[in-house]
Design a protein around this ligand. Structure first.
Ligand code: SF4
Length: 491
């Protein structure tokens, strides 16, 4: 057997072994207090990014902005901050970095004054030709204030030779490749756009005479917004005093919606790509139970919260009781001091604790949505066994993640993905379970009405629809800065 991976933990959070989320965006037009609605929207989208957040608003003559590092509630928590963001128009952003580090300059929305006025931009996704575009812009004299790919888009819009703002945005998006959902404020108008392959979700809602755009529909519910429709792949929308206009400047491309939005990233109370996330996850769980039943188990438990829906589906299909065998502590802050080697197991116990009375003497099926490095899963299994389970059968409601994502999800490198270099049998041995099985790629589509041709599954099968720059690294521009400061060439 190949050597098992070192016990690596995410540097961001010692408790989590999952792929990292990658930003949420929100825009409000013609709402009585647009910044406050944006705040609540970002609050609902907090799961998509916890590093930093920002809101830019306008009353039509002045612009107001506030950005900060941390959670939305910490950054905008006091009423005075939100009250200072005046006006009926606002755009906001939650960040988890996928290009560029988490320094304060990279907080979005990015803002700039350009020849047509004021511009603020928030981006969800990740470009795969940033190195080339940024080099071309720098060569032509562009000055960068951040290390993000979003600033590349900002420059391309600002430098476009077209006169109309929609044409400028289309001109910019025609040059970028990869995943790109945007909310943009140009003077007192709001624009939203989704790349032609539709990697990330983006929806439109209405509140009275006003309009709202958000990454997920759960952000509508919190402010009483009525869902209207999704921003279509390749569509640019413009919202101003004339209402909402739609533009489709790009030729149709084969859709590559991120199936992981439905497996793990989006909230179960959202509708994403036209599907209820909760209902879809339940069907994944049902398919998993049919593909890989555990005949004589006593109970099904989930790894709360993201695998709750799939676990319920598995239990329903198996006609087994669903029990709460693991309890999650929701108050684990990201600032918790990382435990030392000697108290490493505490890290898993801080976030999850087993319920002995549920598990003792039971043959347990535990359902999770994915396994990334496997380290957290291994600790959870140990915990469940220590709580007295007589058997532990692990079921995963997605195929093995073998390849990294270049379209806006911060995943480990291939060598750090346990399924990237180990067989299912080897992973089973590493986790210490009685059996292990993953849902197949077919299983994602068998019971659901998802059209397989419309979804990206590159992290499972390596079929990347949009070619990426091989030498891209998330922190490459920080590395350039460091090497310049140290006066040494970047290797
Ligand atoms: S590679 Fe995986 S996580 Fe990335 S967009 Fe495709 S399906 Fe989503």
């Amino acid at each position: 057997m190949k050597p098992i991976l070192p016990d690596i933990r995410c540097p961001e959070c010692p408790f989590k072994d999952s792929p990292k989320e990658y930003c949420g965006i929100f825009a409000a037009y013609d709402l009585p207090n647009a910044a406050k609605s944006t705040y609540y929207g970002l609050y609902a989208l907090q799961h998509r990014g916890q590093e930093s957040a920002g809101i830019v608003s306008t009353d039509g003559s002045q612009f107001f902005s506030h950005h900060g590092i941390g959670l939305v509630s910490d950054i905008f928590g006091d009423a005075g901050t939100l009250d200072s963001l005046e006006g009926r128009v606002a755009v906001g952003h939650n960040r988890y970095s996928t290009t560029g580090g988490k320094n304060i300059h990279n907080i979005q929305p990015l803002t700039s004054n350009f020849k047509d006025g004021y511009l603020a931009i928030g981006h969800n996704g990740n470009l795969v030709n940033t190195i080339q575009l940024r080099a071309e812009l720098v060569d032509s004299g562009a000055v960068f204030n951040t290390t993000t790919d979003t600033e590349v888009i900002l420059h391309l819009i600002a430098r476009s030779r077209y006169g109309n703002p929609v044409d400028k945005i289309a001109d910019a998006l025609g040059q970028v490749k990869g995943a790109c959902c945007l909310v943009i404020l140009i003077n007192d108008e709001v624009f939203a756009a989704r790349d032609p392959r539709g990697y990330r979700p983006l929806s439109i809602g209405r509140l009275g005479d006003g309009w709202v755009v958000a990454s997920e529909t759960c952000a509508f519910d919190i402010v009483g917004v009525e869902f209207v429709r999704d921003v279509e792949p390749g569509e640019i929308i413009r919202i101003n005093s004339q209402g909402l206009e739609s533009y489709r400047p790009f030729p149709a491309a084969r859709l590559q919606q991120c199936v992981f939005e439905l497996i793990y990233f989006s909230r179960p109370d959202s509708r994403v790509f036209g599907h209820s996330v909760d209902r879809t996850r339940r069907l994944f769980g049902r398919s998993l139970a049919r593909e890989h039943p555990v005949e004589d188990a006593d109970i099904v438990i989930s790894v709360p919260d993201s695998s709750n829906s799939a676990s319920l589906g598995f239990a329903e299909e198996s006609q087994m009781p669903f029990e709460l065998g693991l309890i999650r502590n929701h108050y684990v802050g990201r600032t918790f001091i990382h435990p030392s080697q000697s108290i490493r197991d505490i890290s898993a116990r801080i976030k999850y604790n087993p319920v002995r009375e549920v598990l003792e003497g039971k043959k347990v099926v535990i359902v999770d949505d994915s396994i990334v490095r496997g380290t957290t899963s291994r600790r959870l299994i140990r915990m469940i066994r220590q709580a007295g389970a007589s058997q532990v059968h692990f079921r995963v409601s997605s195929p093995p993640i073998r390849f990294p994502c270049f379209y806006g999800i911060d995943m480990p490198t291939r060598s750090e993905l346990i399924a990237g270099s180990h067989s299912v049998e080897e992973i089973k041995t590493y986790l210490g379970v009685d059996s292990l099985a993953y849902l197949s790629e077919d299983g994602l589509y068998d019971r659901t009405d998802l059209d397989r041709d419309d979804y990206c599954m590159a992290c499972f099968n390596g079929n990347y629809a949009v070619k990426f720059e091989e030498n891209f690294r998330k922190l490459m521009y920080e590395e350039v800065q460091t090497s310049l400061l140290e006066d040494k060439p970047l290797e």
